[in-house]
Design a protein around this ligand. Structure first.
Ligand code: PMP
Length: 381
């Protein structure tokens, strides 16, 4: 909690004081021995969290969008085509990145709030081959969670490289990347990792690194995995000055994740999602996302008739809780609440109470006094 405001948007999420304390330490040289050790531990922890022991980790100044761009420019060559599995705003973004580099692509899309069936992916791949396929694990706009194991099963043994956007999922939804056969997974610190924004985080398989080595089209300088590889192998080296304080903060955040334990962490995220939704349902709020593909990291909730988006969110802020507005087809008609990272049962209850109060203040008739009681039985793990 910062200044008594609870940030319940789907990123940035509340940052643990341990992370903030580490980031407040004096900035040292990017070659300072203890910093180099922190960088190495951070990369090692990231591999462990993603269950990707054979992967090559990359953590550098940037954001999730830079990591998306890195995945695309390093894996798709001149004359090759990308396949995008699209579930919303961040699926569209892969298309925009491809456009920016003149890369041809096709999309298989589901209506917002639903997901593409694995059979549709299989049918598409039976008709045509691609250099790589992108999967947005959780699309933060629609709240849809992809069946990544089913998609990876379809992709197993094929030549297409598998790109997994874990920005709204990694460390909140299990991504056992090694076993799944993912080639590039990426994220950013400000969601389920519970650290401030400012870094791009990516892991590449050997197959992905070999693809980059053989590329004819070298489309980028800063986003080139080959240029960063020596730095990630020896973080005391120089390509572009390391984000010293941000890396230290992320190192601490990854320690916190591993101290909690992955099983427990995923169980907590699932319980938070169930609890929050039970509370919302008790108020009569309906989910936008289809029940078959709900993410554990956020919920997208329809407003009751007559509720006004801007006044509701302003009222929420007065009640000390920040939620996000809807995007695309649900802009103004739904709001989004993140429940990931360092969120716990107290925050879920606080958010539910604030939602109740804010709807009532807006003159909306709802069942009051029931949300927290409905959530409580779910909030253990
Ligand atoms: N992918 C997904 C699924 C996201 O939610 C986001 C950020 N909301 C991004 C990519 C882009 O990340 P960033 O905002 O850090 O560039």
């Amino acid at each position: 909690m910062i200044d008594d405001v609870l940030t319940m948007i789907p990123g940035p999420t509340p940052v643990h004081p341990r992370v903030l304390r580490r980031m407040a330490e004096a900035t040292v040289s990017h070659q300072y021995p203890s910093f180099v050790e922190d960088y190495k531990s951070c990369l090692k922890n990231y591999l462990e969290i993603m269950e990707f022991p054979q992967g090559r980790p990359f953590v550098l100044a940037g954001g999730g969008t830079l990591a998306m761009e890195m995945a695309v420019v390093n894996l798709v060559d001149e004359g090759e085509k990308l396949l995008i599995i699209n579930h919303g705003y961040f699926g569209d973004r892969f298309g925009q990145i491809a456009d920016a580099f003149g890369i041809e692509y096709e999309m298989i899309s589901a209506p917002w709030g639903r997901v593409v069936a694995a059979e549709d992916l299989e049918n598409k791949l039976n008709q045509e081959s691609f250099a790589a396929v992108t999967i947005t694990h959780v699309d933060t706009s629609s709240g849809s969670c992809s069946p990544i194991a089913d998609y990876c099963e379809v992709l197993r043994g094929r030549d297409e490289l598998v790109i997994l956007d874990g920005v709204c999922a990694s460390a909140g939804e299990r991504e056992n990347c090694g076993e799944l056969g993912v080639d590039v997974v990426f994220t950013a610190p400000q969601k389920a990792f519970g650290a401030p924004p400012g870094l791009a985080m990516l892991i590449a398989s050997e197959r992905a690194m070999n693809k980059r080595k053989g590329l004819k089209a070298k489309r980028s300088y800063y986003a080139d995995l080959e240029r960063w590889l020596p730095i990630m192998e020896n973080p005391g080296g120089y390509f572009s000055t390391s984000a010293v304080n941000a890396v230290r903060g992320l190192k601490e955040a990854t320690d916190i994740i591993l101290e909690e334990g992955l099983e427990k962490r995923y169980a907590r995220h699932a319980a938070l999602a169930r609890g929050f939704r039970a509370g919302a349902a008790a108020m009569g709020l309906l989910l936008f996302t289809d029940a078959t593909c709900l993410a554990n990291t956020l919920s997208v909730l329809h407003y009751p008739d007559k509720a006004d988006d801007a006044s509701f969110r302003a009222e929420m802020l007065k009640n000390g809780v920040v939620v996000a507005g809807g995007l695309g087809p649900v802009a103004g008609k739904a709001f989004r609440a993140g429940h990931m990272g360092n969120i716990g049962r107290e925050e879920i209850c606080e958010a539910l109470m604030a939602i109740e109060k804010s709807l009532v203040a807006g003159g909306i008739t709802i069942e009051t006094g029931t949300a927290v009681a409905a959530a409580a039985p779910h909030l253990s793990w």
